[in-house]
Write a protein that binds this ligand. Structure first.
Ligand code: C2E
Ligand code: MG
Ligand code: MG
Ligand code: MG
Length: 278
């Protein structure tokens, strides 16, 4: 392709593209090694329930300490894991590890696990969940999986039937990053989610922008009418919290209450009187 360009413009960019491709291939190898040698760990961010004024659960968030590049955020490596299919094996590790840790927490505290669209659609996904639950002994209703609207882009009816299958096992289903993806609401009619997570981009400006406030209000009202809970993501200040409370949002998650923490800090956070301070 580069040779077709008489002015050599593409030729000029070629080495850079090669470098990017090499970096990507290396990252893929590193991901495989990370899984084999145990470089992944989970952090947990509390979800604070505004009705009961206590922590109702924690979201498991994947962390990777890369041997040379240090802490690498999920936004950098999850897309590569998705493109290479590695997310299926990584996601399986996450599911087992999240359940293994959550079984030690008090009974009313759930664990939420992010599931990528590719992982969700892979054959055997329901079995991975079943194995993680039975091996850990976690009560099924204490596991909540978080999927995004993008899973509905292909084959809505297959997705809905898998969701019903998971629900029949007692697992809870949350719709993550609501309002940022596939803009159709028909799937809300096809499947009764347990929870809608309101994306941080709306929460960010809920206290000082009337459009964002109207959107958040509409999402909360819609969810409430459909008997679904709501969690506001990325709540960072008291003005946002006050607004979300006023709009009837069920729970909040964000740096205002706590950043994601190490697994061995979870029990102490649940026990702390601070956990009723939000
Ligand atoms: P998400 O599922 O929407 O998770 C929430 C993200 O928002 C987390 O970023 C969390 O640390 C961040 N966050 C929470 N509160 C605040 C806040 O108040 N301010 C700001 N600025 N950020 C906040 P993180 O851990 O970097 O994860 C990013 C995304 O990577 C997640 O978004 C999720 O889509 C994906 N991810 C993380 N762990 C996993 C996993 O185990 N499997 C899969 N498939 N995806 C994962
Ligand atoms: Mg999530
Ligand atoms: Mg989210
Ligand atoms: Mg988000």
């Amino acid at each position: 392709r580069a040779k077709q360009d008489g002015r050599g413009v593409f030729r000029f960019f070629e080495p850079a593209l090669d470098a990017a491709a090499r970096k990507r291939r290396q990252l893929e190898l590193d991901l495989r090694e990370a899984l084999q040698t145990g470089q992944f760990r989970l952090n947990f961010q509390p979800i604070f329930d505004l009705k009961s004024d206590r922590i109702s659960g924690f979201e498991a968030l994947l962390r990777w300490q890369h041997p040379e590049r240090g802490n690498m955020p999920p936004a950098e490596f999850i897309p590569v894991a998705e493109e290479t299919g590695m997310i299926i094996a990584i996601g399986e590790w996450v599911m087992h590890e999240a359940c293994r840790q959550a079984v030690k927490w008090p009974d009313h505290v759930r664990v939420a696990v992010n599931v990528s669209p590719l992982q969700f659609r892979a054959s055997g996904f329901a079995n991975v969940i079943f194995q993680a639950l039975s091996r850990s002994g976690l009560v099924h209703s204490r596991l909540e999986i978080e999927i995004t609207e993008s899973v509905f882009l292909e084959g809505e009816s297959a997705v809905v039937s898998l969701l019903h299958q998971l629900r029949a096992m007692g697992v809870r289903i949350a719709l993550d990053d609501f309002g940022t993806g596939y803009s159709s609401l028909s799937y809300l009619r096809s499947f009764p989610f347990d929870k809608i997570k309101i994306d941080k981009s709306f929460v960010d400006r809920v206290a000082n922008d009337t459009s964002s406030a109207a959107i958040v209000r509409a999402i909360v009202d819609l969810a409430t009418a459909l008997h679904m809970e709501t969690t506001a993501e990325g709540v960072e200040d008291d003005d946002q919290l006050a607004r979300l409370r006023g709009q009837g949002c069920s729970s909040i998650q964000g740096y205002l209450f706590s950043r994601p923490i190490e697994g061995d800090m979870v029990a102490a956070m649940i026990a702390s009187p601070m956990s009723a301070a939000a």
